[in-house]
Design a protein around this ligand. Structure first.
Ligand code: ADP
Ligand code: DP6
Ligand code: CO
Length: 326
C-alpha cells in the first residue's frame, strides 16, 4: 500500500578509499571492480517521497528547485514501481547538505536517500542488501551509502551479486576525513561520463583493474589489522591511479585545479614531518584527507594557514541510510 504521508529518509555521503571508476554494465550499473569507502557523518541528503495515483508525472525538487526527472532518479523510481506493482507517480523533495556535483558524492547520498524513501513510500520493506541493489541502479556509489562506516561494494556479475556490505571486523574506527572544499560549483564532466571515457579510451584501463583488485585486498586487511599507515598509503596510490585514467583518456581530462595540487603538496609536507595523513580525490577538485581522529585538529590548523578554515570540514564515520520520523 502507498504511504499516505511523505516518507523522509536521510543518507550520508561516502568517500571511497578504493575507487569505483568504470562500469561493466551501464544499464543496471555493474562496476568493473569492487570498491571500499567510509560513510561520512557531516555530509548527507534528506529526501521526502510520496506516491500519488492521480499524478501524471514524477515531480522532483532538489534544494527547493524543480528539475526535470533525471536518468538516475528515473532508474530508482521505475524499479520501485515495478517491485511495488504500481503506476503511481512520485513527489520528491530532496535537500543536499553537501555541495551537488562537486566530487563530494552528492549522487551517493542523494540516490541512496531516494532508494530508501521511495521504496518505503511505495509500501515496500526491503532488506539493506536489496536497498543497496536498488540504490546502485541510480548511482553506483549510492549502493555503499545504505551502510555506515567502512563499506565494500562487491562487484559481482549481475543484479543479484552486485551489492554493498559493511566491513564488520574493522579495527580502524577512529578515522576522520577532512574535506577541503575549494570549489562548490558543478563539475564539467560528470562521474558517469568521465568513467565511461576512461573505460573506452585509456590504454591503462587493464592495469587499473588488476591493481585496484590488489589494492582492495590490501585495504581490507589493513582495516582488520589496525594498520592505518597501510590503509592511508593504498588509498593515496589508488586515487592517483584513478586520475591517471582521466589524464590518459582520449580526449584527456582532469578533475584537479591549482588548489588541488597545492593541497597535495601540503599533505606531502605534513607526511615529511611525520604526520600520518593521506589525501584522496574524487571526480572534482576538492581534496579529502584521511587521518586518525587524534591528529585531525592539528592537520586542520596547518591547512588553515593556506585555506579558509570555514571550508575545511572534519568528519568522522557516519551511519547508514535511515528513516526520519517527523
Ligand atoms: P557527485 O560528485 O556530487 O556525486 P556526480 O556527477 O556523481 O557528482 O552526480 C551528480 C548528479 O547526481 C547530479 O547531477 C544529480 O543528477 C544527482 N543528484 C545529486 N543530488 C541528488 C539528490 N539529492 N537527489 C537525486 N539526485 C541527485
Ligand atoms: C570517483 O557513483 O558518482 O567518486 O554510478 O555513474 O552515478 P555513477 O557514478 P558515481 O561514481 C563515483 C566515482 C568516484 C569513486 C567512488 O565513489 O568510488
Ligand atoms: Co557521484
Amino acid at each position: 500500500m502507498l504511504s499516505k504521508e511523505p516518507v523522509l529518509a536521510r543518507a550520508h555521503t561516502n568517500i571511497a578509499v578504493i575507487k569505483y571508476w568504470g562500469k561493466a554494465d551501464e544499464k543496471i550499473i555493474i562496476p568493473q571492480s569492487s570498491s571500499l569507502s567510509l560513510t561520512l557523518k557531516e555530509f548527507y541528503t534528506d529526501t521526502a517521497v510520496k506516491f500519488l495515483n492521480d499524478l501524471k508525472q514524477d515531480q522532483i525538487r532538489i534544494n527547493h528547485q524543480r528539475i526535470p526527472v533525471s536518468k538516475k532518479i528515473m532508474a530508482v523510481l521505475n524499479l520501485v514501481r515495478k517491485l511495488a506493482n504500481t503506476k503511481a507517480h512520485a513527489v520528491v523533495n530532496s535537500v543536499n547538505h553537501v555541495p551537488t556535483s562537486a566530487g563530494l558524492a552528492s549522487s551517493a547520498s542523494g540516490l541512496s536517500a531516494l532508494a530508501l524513501a521511495s521504496s518505503y513510500a511505495a509500501g515496500l520493506r526491503l532488506s539493506k542488501q536489496d536497498l543497496s541493489r536498488l540504490a546502485r541502479h541510480g548511482s553506483g556509489s549510492a549502493s555503499r551509502s545504505i551502510f555506515g562506516g567502512w563499506v565494500e561494494w562487491q562487484r559481482g556479475h549481475d543484479n543479484h551479486s552486485s551489492y554493498a556490505f559493511p566491513i564488520k571486523d574493522s579495527t580502524l574506527n577512529d578515522v576522520d576525513m577532512i574535506a577541503i572544499i575549494i570549489k562548490k560549483t558543478p563539475k564539467k564532466i560528470s562521474s558517469r561520463q568521465g568513467m565511461r571515457r576512461s573505460v573506452k579510451t585509456s590504454p591503462y584501463y587493464g592495469a587499473w583493474k588488476e591493481t585496484t583488485a590488489k589494492d582492495l585486498t590490501t585495504a581490507v586487511n589493513a582495516l582488520q589489522n589496525d594498520d592505518f599507515r597501510t590503509l592511508g598509503h593504498v588509498a593515496e596510490t589508488n586515487a592517483m591511479r584513478m586520475h591517471a585514467l582521466t589524464l590518459s583518456a582520449d580526449p584527456p581530462f582532469m578533475y584537479f585545479n591549482g588548489d588541488t595540487i597545492k593541497i597535495i603538496d601540503l599533505i606531502n609536507d605534513l607526511q615529511a614531518k611525520g604526520v600520518n595523513c593521506y589525501y584522496t580525490i574524487d571526480a572534482g577538485p576538492n581534496v579529502k584527507v584521511i587521518c586518525q581522529h587524534c591528529d585531525s585538529l592539528r592537520i586542520k590548523r596547518y591547512l588553515s594557514k593556506f585555506f579558509n578554515p570555514n571550508k575545511i570540514v572534519i568528519s568522522g564515520p557516519g551511519p547508514g541510510a535511515h528513516l526520519i520520523q517527523k
